[in-house]
Design a protein around this ligand. Sequence first.
Ligand code: FAD
Length: 491
Amino acid sequence: MTDAAVEHVDVLIVGAGISGIGGAYHLRDQCPEKTFMILENQEGYGGTWRTHTYPGIRSDSDLHTFGYRFKPWRNAPIASAEEIMTYLGEVIDENDLARHIRYQHVITAATWSSDDKLWTLEVTRDDTGEQLRFTANFLWMCQGYYRHSEGYTPTWEGMDSFKGPIVHPQTWPDDLDYAGKNVVVIGSGATAATLIPAMAEDCNHITMLQRSPTYFVAGRNINELVESLREIDIDEAWIHEIARRRILHDQNVFMELAAAEPEMVKQELLAGIREYLPDDYDVEKHFAPSYRPWRQRVAFVPDGDLFQGIASGKASVVTDHIVRFNETGIELESGEQLDADIIITATGFNLNVLGDIAFTIDGEPLAFHDAITYRGTMFTGIPNMAWVFGYFRASWTLRADMIGDFVCRLLRHMDERGAAVVTPTLRESDADMTLSPWVDPENFNPGYLSRGLHLLPKQGDHEPWQHKQLYLVEKDELPTADLEDGSLVYD
Ligand SMILES: Cc1cc2nc3c(=O)[nH]c(=O)nc-3n(C[C@H](O)[C@H](O)[C@H](O)COP(=O)(O)OP(=O)(O)OC[C@H]3O[C@@H](n4cnc5c(N)ncnc54)[C@H](O)[C@@H]3O)c2cc1C
């Protein structure tokens, strides 16, 4: 490869999902003099919302907060993937971002050279197989947190003997014919709760098979405050901001209440579900988790559609453990046999650390799990790199927007002080800090994180070495973070 074939940008963004597109918006808005490019594996933008095509695919949080701060959301709060894709497409068009995005560009390796003060990226074009090289001063990792090519499916005894298809929602076959069939969905997360009502009408019967229950909150897919403000002709940008503040305020009240009075909150959530179900339905058994509410994001079930499906008899819930698959379905610990024509494994994700890119720093392979995070976005020993890991209980994008502001402020600060390199580095006073995992498993424990926690960086016991996952704290801390407190070393 000749040098002429190497393209250079100031900032290279990895991934054209909601985080990468947001990052590009913030760069263009706040650092207009910087050159930048987004490299994306897939054939188009959207990330999560392009990858997932299963029936009914929708958000589980509201789009006033899952949408960007800078672009009002005008539809119902819970949105389909199609609506989210349209919204992202508008952000690209309105901000002239398309010319900055290269699709089907798979980044395989990233090498930092302290001599050159540059990242070099090895890229394979998915369509032509061509090998390309890019260099960048700063790497903005917006690759998400899970592997898009394949979901997580546990191995159960006898899986090979099952005569029907076993499908993971992340790789949904376009031609899957489930009309009139008996379907079992393994799992009880937001994906199962979305799939089941969307498929129930067409199936003969659909069963949600869960090891243990999940919290759901049922309600109308409408924001009454937004509707009232629209009625009196308030500007959409104002409505968006007011709705965000209201939702975040209410979520905080809910979170505090869930921490202080978990049993009361649990009973309230269950009462909401009971409204949709027959009086003799065992709500405790199927919808009362053993963990505290809000330890995971509480999935919103618009119009209680999951529960309506159960009430109509088209769908049911079985809470039991799998012993083995057999030719006609699944044998359960209770001795029951669940017959199925199709089995869907809504069993989660495979954590993807840094986009499966092989990182090297000055000739040494990166041991990411040894790094300590700077404010949950940069890492000790990794120069000129930020990762967008959004909120997982509140909307992801709230954090993506704030990290956007932070990265732009840092880039401007580096220019002002004439620095080409910034590396988070522990100070003498940080040396004896107690380290803990990337997230506190007591506080948040989805399977993909528990399975992959050992691969992720650690956090310390004081600022700026913590990954807080609390919007109401970070919204004040991140914008005012002291970039000269000695924890960021410039060169
Ligand atoms: C079904 C589903 C529903 C969800 N609903 C919500 C919700 O309602 N609210 C919420 O807050 N969160 C939700 N989430 C979490 C959601 O994934 C995030 O909120 C958000 O969409 C993540 O956006 P992202 O851009 O950071 O990452 P992603 O959407 O994962 O996009 C990352 C992109 O980077 C690309 N990429 C990765 N590695 C490379 C590489 N090596 N080279 C080039 N490109 C690469 C990928 O192809 C992908 O397009 C949901 C997740 C799923 C799976």
